[in-house]
Design a protein around this ligand. Sequence first.
Ligand SMILES: Nc1nc2c(ncn2[C@@H]2O[C@H](COP(=O)(O)OP(=O)(O)OP(=O)(O)O)[C@@H](O)[C@H]2O)c(=O)[nH]1
Ligand SMILES: [Mg+2]
Length: 205
Amino acid sequence: MKIKSADFVISNSDVARCPNEPIPEYAFIGRSNVGKSSLINMLTERKSLAKTSGRPGKTQLINHFKINENWFLVDLPGYGYARVSKRDKKTFQKYITNYFLQREQLVCSFVLVDIRHEPQPIDMEFMQWMGENGIPFAIIFTKADKLKPKAIERDVKTYLDTLTADMWEEAPQHFVTSASQRSGRDELLNFIDDINEKFFEATKK
Ligand SMILES: Nc1nc2c(ncn2[C@@H]2O[C@H](COP(=O)(O)OP(=O)(O)OP(=O)(O)O)[C@@H](O)[C@H]2O)c(=O)[nH]1
Ligand SMILES: [Mg+2]
């Protein structure tokens, strides 16, 4: 898929105020600093469409970006940011939870994990919650440039084995990416393209 246009639409903390066009939507979620916003910029080939930072906690709202005039990419705040107050954490949980539970256009979410980290309880809990609520998602391993190919293969396998041992019979679909080296881009865009096609086929009927 070619990205012909990528435009910021709106930021907010209320799922009811997200754009109401019935087009397919993909959300990026994961721990703070894992590289959600950077990956959106890499996919769209726009340097600063989504705001990034070396410090965790940069993205604070639900951000909608319209791609090729017919689908949305959504950048979300990260979870697991230690410096956020308890009250802020609760507010965050509420609106992000509402977003996932109520957003009908959400056809697939991407849970991002840093390829260098072993499975973290917070990610496992989140994926478990997604599974329990029937919210489809795929895993994206980020920052693949930080490891050698052999280590990537080994660590991805270990990660997925942990998921299948603890949670599921089958591991979710996964992608390996690097925003700085622009790897994994075609695979992800093809995956999105396939889902888009099915979505538009189904809505034609
Ligand atoms: N080496 C490397 N660094 C990356 C990659 N992707 C992101 N980063 C760096 O990781 C840091 C965080 O990136 P962001 O894209 O802002 O992360 P985020 O998940 O959106 O963070 P929050 O909005 O705070 O939740 C930045 O310093 C990025 O430059 C990558 O593929 N490789
Ligand atoms: Mg961000």
